[in-house]
Design a protein around this ligand. Structure first.
Ligand SMILES: [Ca+2]
Ligand SMILES: [Ca+2]
Length: 103
């Protein structure tokens, strides 16, 4: 029994590692997608999103099922989400503010 357990343990560990690691990899590609969407939505290329650009950003993310974008779109909660992410309240959201809001 113990012998078998010892034999199986390493593969159990690597499987567990895999299960833990794959969501991280998915998270990474989601971040990459969100970055691409940010640039698409940033029509005037000032590296920040106003309310109109932010709505486009959320819609792009929602299409890909990223984060909470689908919920924001479904409930039309763009303004609420914008206010939450716009930490300094200057009426624009930056990549940094989005990154912080995610944590
Ligand atoms: Ca912009
Ligand atoms: Ca801001």
């Amino acid at each position: 029994m113990n012998k078998n357990l010892r034999k199986w343990l390493p593969s159990t560990i690597s499987l567990a590692t895999l299960l833990v690691l794959s969501p991280v990899a998915a998270e990474e590609s989601n971040r990459e997608q969100a970055r691409v969407n940010f640039e698409k939505a940033d029509v005037n290329k000032d590296m920040k999103l106003d309310r109109t650009e932010f709505k486009a950003f959320i819609d792009l993310n929602a299409q890909l099922g990223l984060g909470r974008a689908s919920q924001i779109r479904r409930f039309g909660a763009y303004d609420k989400a914008f206010a939450k992410i716009d930490a300094d309240g200057d009426g624009f959201v930056t990549k940094e503010e989005i990154a912080k809001a995610r944590n």
